[in-house]
Design a protein around this ligand. Sequence first.
Ligand code: CMX
Ligand code: CO
Length: 146
Amino acid sequence: MLTRIDHIGIACRDLDKTVEFYRATYGFEVFHSEVNEEQGVREAMLKINDTGDGGASYLQLLEPTRPDSTVAKWLEKNGEGVHHIAFGTADVDGDADAIRGKGVRVLYDEPRIGSMGSRITFLHPKDCGGVLTELVTSAEPGSHEA
Ligand code: CMX
Ligand code: CO
């Protein structure tokens, strides 16, 4: 069951500059940052609020690490802006299977590793009204370095 907005992914060309915009404009601080080479991104997670399911909602600021990455290609075509939304669930495997059964393309056979040791998969934007949609199950507390 999808129980929260886990994050909104925002593509940018300059992560440090974008982090500074969110800090100076809204007062949001970086909760966690990392490089995910598989996804081709350098990212910062800004925590906005806790959620009723024990998780939290974040902004995920994304800068490409290489020109052939999905985010680099997207930036070239669209410029900076909202890249995807992510729903949180305790069971990404079960929810991805259920959604696949409804005829929506799930991009990965098995979930991959996302922010903070989470397990993630994506739904094809063309099957979701033009919205690239991610499903996330957070890592167990304590199983990663924040
Ligand atoms: N939102 C909405 N539509 C999108 C999109 C996005 N983020 N990215 C691509 N599309 C649309 C394109 O506009 C294009 O539509 P048209 O044919 O009408 O022009 C179509 O999808 C195909 O786009 P493309 O540019 O040819 O891109 P690809 O098919 O090579 O890749 C996708 C699209 C969704 C398969 C790819 O972006 C992907 O695998 N995404 C999942 C991984 C990811 O985004 N990782 C970065 C974030 C990591 C994280 O969140 O942790
Ligand atoms: Co994401």
